[in-house]
Design a protein around this ligand. Structure first.
Ligand code: AMP
Ligand code: MN
Ligand code: MN
Length: 332
């Protein structure tokens, strides 16, 4: 059932809490640039405009985003602790399961929850949802809320929102680079966002061990199927160990696969405690990796999606994945 509310209603709900009730912000597990940017950006904006607010940052923020995370955020919360908040706002989290606090998952959400997101398959969990699937990032939505509510945006907040927009649009390369996304970015630059810092950290530099790891992946670990239309890497724990690479820093390795001519679907498979986590990217509008992920009980966007596969071995997980990719390729 839809619990969608309008921008005006989002604004009203916030206004009622200014200087009164405490707000808790959360985002999805395995946070990406938009999760960090929209969470921390919203945190600063609310704080700097007279709201009482806490933000819960998941562990495992990739190194390249660490600089942007302010000190003083909370890193865990108990079910009991949630009780002191008047409102929970989740950002960039399409399902309740992806929200990064165990107390929220196990016991349901005990306090009113406003779900702010841009994933088209958002489950509309919580009491109210503000989902704008045409937005390039949740950070873009946070900017529109701040504008509607006439909230002051400092250069620090502007940098965080620009981080979300820049990373979710692949540095303004992906199809979600809409006129609206570019206008939002322009506005944030006018507000003093530090574009240079974002580009340097997230796009122009990487540790040498990561560069070498990616080189070995490409040279000797790439697998291909269906005449090269499907290519994938399995991030073998033994290889990660060899290059001292932490899984949380591997978000971008999928881009070197997607860039290869002829590749239509790219995947990166990571070993999890149970089973395997799959990241998927498409390069053709008519091939939806969102559809592939949803068939495997995951989700995401049409061109970028993810899922988990429970299988006893990597070979079996690869077979399940390849079958589902083949189905999508054959349908088109
Ligand atoms: P990732 O490959 O983890 O960067 O995720 C790509 C996109 O798919 C992001 O928008 C995620 O929010 C979404 N996504 C990834 N894994 C899942 C999942 N298990 N369920 C739903 N959405 C997912
Ligand atoms: Mn995200
Ligand atoms: Mn996002």
């Amino acid at each position: 059932m839809s619990n969608d509310i309008t921008l005006a209603e989002v604004k009203n709900r916030l206004e009622q809490l200014r200087g009164k009730g405490r707000i808790l912000l959360m985002t999805h597990e395995r946070p990406d640039g938009d999760a960090v940017g929209s969470l921390c950006g919203m945190y600063f904006i609310l704080r700097e405009n007279g709201f009482f607010v806490d933000a819960l940052i998941p562990e495992s923020v990739p190194d390249m985003y660490q600089d942007f995370v302010p000190s003083g955020l909370i890193t865990s919360i108990t079910t009991l602790g949630v009780g002191c908040y008047s409102l929970l706002i989740t950002l960039d989290a399409s399902t309740r399961m992806r929200v990064s606090a165990p107390c929220i998952r196990e016991d349901g959400i005990a306090i009113p929850c406003l779900n702010i997101d841009h994933h088209p398959d958002n489950e509309r969990y919580g009491d109210a949802s503000y989902v704008v699937s045409t937005a390039c990032s949740t950070a873009e939505i946070v900017l529109s809320i701040a504008k509607a509510a006439n909230l002051m945006i400092s250069p620090v907040s502007a940098t965080l929102l620009l981080l979300g927009i820049t990373t979710d649009s692949g540095c303004f390369r992906f199809d979600n680079t809409t006129p609206e996304a570019l206008r939002a970015a322009a506005r944030l630059l006018e507000l003093g966002a530090d574009r240079r810092h974002i580009i340097r950290n997230c796009f122009l530099s990487k540790p040498e061990n990561m560069a070498r790891f990616e080189a070995e992946l490409l040279c000797s670990r790439m697998k291909k199927e269906f005449g090269g239309k499907f290519a994938w890497f399995y991030l073998d724990p033994e290889l990660l160990k060899k290059y001292e690479v932490d899984l949380r820093n591997t978000e971008q390795v999928i881009e070197s696969l997607r860039a290869i001519d002829g590749v239509v679907v790219a995947a990166v498979i990571r070993k999890e405690k149970e089973g395997f986590k799959v990241s998927l990217r498409s390069k053709a509008k008519q091939i939806s990796v969102g559809r592939i992920a949803r068939r495997l009980n995951g989700g995401g966007h049409e061109m970028a999606a993810g899922c988990s596969i429970s299988a006893p071995t990597i070979e079996e997980a690869e077979k399940i994945l390849a079958n589902n990719v083949e189905m999508e390729l054959n349908e088109k």
